[in-house]
Write a protein that binds this ligand. Structure first.
Ligand SMILES: [Zn+2]
Length: 275
């Protein structure tokens, strides 16, 4: 009973015993045994078969067609009335549960999970739109925060007498520009500036060695002194790296920013999720 149903559905869908066996991760012999009614497939296999064939488990177990099983004529009639256009059924979309009839409509996701083309196209469009939204938000953020920070620097430079000689004028102007470009590059996050700066800063985290000391007053004093010394050394190393990273980032960002802002406008769906 079950065997002949499996065979019928398999042949209907143009599958060989091997094709079906591969989908179920069993041997072709196992499929052959089910079809010859030597062995009955397990309940989980029947559920899997129903999914593969896109039919109900009842249909595989022959519960519905039992009444007309003796006579094949009514079954044929029924088929003809229900399927006005005879189409080859291929699979069911795992996302919208709609049957798929054309092989070029099938998008393979993983293992035996398939989606229809329209579901996959929708998903890609949605993902792309989400990335574009994110890109636009980043641009807006960069247009708000960067001028504020650059403005603060300019204000400090002016009020602190930054425009007295050539060097301070250059420092004030270049500082204002580079703070704007550096902050923007980091906020746009479609370039290497932010990541590079953080990476160089992280190199400054040096693990200080542990100490062995005796538990008397001298030992404790020695311990505290050396510990404090190592702490200050660690801080100095970190600050040196952080300063170097910042200066490098500030300088490079001036050259990177034009590309970053153009990229944000032209290809907003290409963003790197650094932050
Ligand atoms: Zn679908």
């Amino acid at each position: 009973m079950i065997g002949s149903n499996i065979k019928k559905l398999r042949v209907q869908q143009g599958m060989t015993q091997k094709n079906l066996a591969d989908k179920l991760f069993v041997s072709a012999q196992a499929v052959s045994r089910w079809e010859n009614n030597e062995v009955e497939p397990s309940v989980s296999t029947i559920l899997e078969l129903a999914k593969i064939f896109g039919v109900s488990t009842d249909e595989i177990m022959g519960i519905e067609s039992q009444k007309v099983d003796d006579d094949t004529e009514p079954l044929k009639e029924k088929e003809n009335t229900y399927h006005d256009i005879p189409r080859q059924f291929l699979a069911v979309c795992h996302n919208c549960n709609q049957p798929i009839y054309e092989s070029n409509e099938i998008v393979r996701k993983y293992d035996s999970v398939v989606w229809c083309k329209s579901c996959e196209t929708n998903r890609i469009t949605k993902e792309r739109n989400a990335r574009i939204d994110k890109s636009i938000k980043r641009r807006v953020k960069s247009f708000i925060i960067s001028p504020i920070l650059a403005g603060i620097w300019l204000w400090i430079a002016i009020s602190g007498g930054g425009f007295t000689d050539f060097e301070t004028v250059m420092l004030s102007i270049f500082g204002t520009i580079s703070i704007f470009t550096f902050t923007s590059c980091c906020l746009l996050a479609n370039n290497f500036i932010g990541e590079m700066t953080l990476t160089i800063m992280s190199w400054g985290f040096v693990k200080m060695p542990g100490l062995i000391f005796t538990l008397d007053l001298d030992g404790c004093l020695w311990f505290l002194t050396v510990k404090l010394g190592l702490f200050l050394l660690g801080m100095a190393i970190f600050l040196a790296f952080a300063l170097f990273a910042l200066i490098l980032g500030l300088i490079l960002s001036v050259f990177v920013y034009p590309f970053a802002i153009v990229k944000n406008y032209r290809r907003p769906d290409e963003i790197e999720d650094v932050f």
